[in-house]
Design a protein around this ligand. Structure first.
Ligand code: NAD
Length: 295
């Protein structure tokens, strides 16, 4: 399969490499020449522009920072929609706002192209290992065409329904993760202040009703989960800046949908304090340092 790949950053670079490794003919492009060079070393062909990457492609994959980049890469005069060959399928795996996702999928449909939004869960390690989870929004037919390509980059592929629903699943999940992480930090901090050490509290709560992924896979208190960023001075992992981006997307969507998300709003405010303190480079579980006063 001929694939055009646009956006070769921390995530897109290894994803494009996995597509090449799976035997696809990948033409890769980015604004950064260094990123293109690395993709070529990983088995991709050099694409010097969006047009060069997409003109012969059966499938176009994009992995860009935010909604504005996705709108521009797809709808500009020299963008994907203008330059792709008829019948190509578009897959956008960036994490972006739901409205941008639906608008761009609509613009593609008006020009006769099928497109899915397919944001991912899992960080750089999962992108490198080909074990990402994809949450896909779009028509059944587009999902069926996208699936084999997504399987070369990920382990779990979910069809979430109509266009934009992949982004809905992503932001709702990450809002839940952001909130449970803060609640977990508060519980460990409270236990410690009252004289209960982290390991003992973990042993009890991880087998009781306070258990969550934030506790058992990513414990924000150093000690109980050896692989957690809390044991490496909160080096990411998943940076607080990325979590804040997703929390903001969730709040914007919640306002528009008139969905009440008071805990999501509070969590966004707390991650924003890490940003104000210049510490949003820490893993998001580093919000522990805000809660226990050591930031
Ligand atoms: P990144 O900033 O490392 O990479 C983005 C790349 O897009 C950059 O190389 C940039 O040069 C390129 N780019 C921007 N505008 C472009 C244009 N007009 N034409 C061509 N290339 C362009 O970001 P990332 O960490 O790879 O994340 C990509 C997306 O994946 C984001 O939406 C992010 O929220 C999401 N995501 C990231 C992670 C993570 O752990 N890094 C995890 C899940 C989801």
């Amino acid at each position: 399969m001929k694939i055009g790949f646009i956006g070769l950053g921390n995530m897109g670079g290894p994803m494009a490499a996995n597509l090449a490794k799976a035997g696809h003919e990948v033409t890769a492009t980015d604004l950064s020449i260094g990123a293109i060079d690395r993709a070529v070393e990983a088995g991709c062909q050099r694409g010097d522009s969006v047009e060069a990457a997409v003109k012969d492609a059966d499938i176009v994959v994009t992995m860009l920072p935010a909604g504005a980049h996705v709108r521009s890469v797809y709808t500009d005069d020299y963008g994907v929609i203008a330059k792709a060959k008829p019948g190509a399928l578009f897959i956008d795996s960036s994490t972006i706002d739901v409205d941008s996702a639906r608008d761009v999928i609509g613009a593609a449909a008006s020009a006769g192209f099928s497109m899915v939004d397919a944001p991912v869960s899992g960080g750089v390690a999962a992108a490198t290992g080909g074990t990402l989870t994809f949450m896909v929004g779009g028509e059944e037919e587009a999902f069926d065409r996208a699936r084999p390509v997504l399987e070369a980059m990920g382990k779990n592929i979910f069809h979430a329904g109509e266009p934009g629903n992949g982004q809905v699943a992503k932001i709702a999940n990450n809002m839940l993760l952001g909130v449970t992480m803060i609640a977990t930090c508060e519980a460990f901090n409270l236990a410690e202040k009252l004289g209960l050490d982290a390991q003992t509290f973990y042993d009890i709560s991880s087998t009781a009703s306070g258990q969550s992924w934030s506790m058992t896979s990513y414990c924000p208190a150093p000690g109980p989960v050896p692989t957690a960023p809390s044991n490496k001075d909160y080096q990411p992992g998943f940076a607080a800046a990325m979590m804040l981006k997703d929390m903001r997307l969730a709040q914007e969507a919640a306002h528009r949908a008139k969905a009440s998300t008071p805990l999501g709003a509070q969590a966004e405010a707390l991650y924003a304090l890490m940003e104000s303190a210049g510490r949003d480079d820490l893993d998001f579980s580093g919000v522990m340092k805000l809660i226990n006063g050591s930031l």
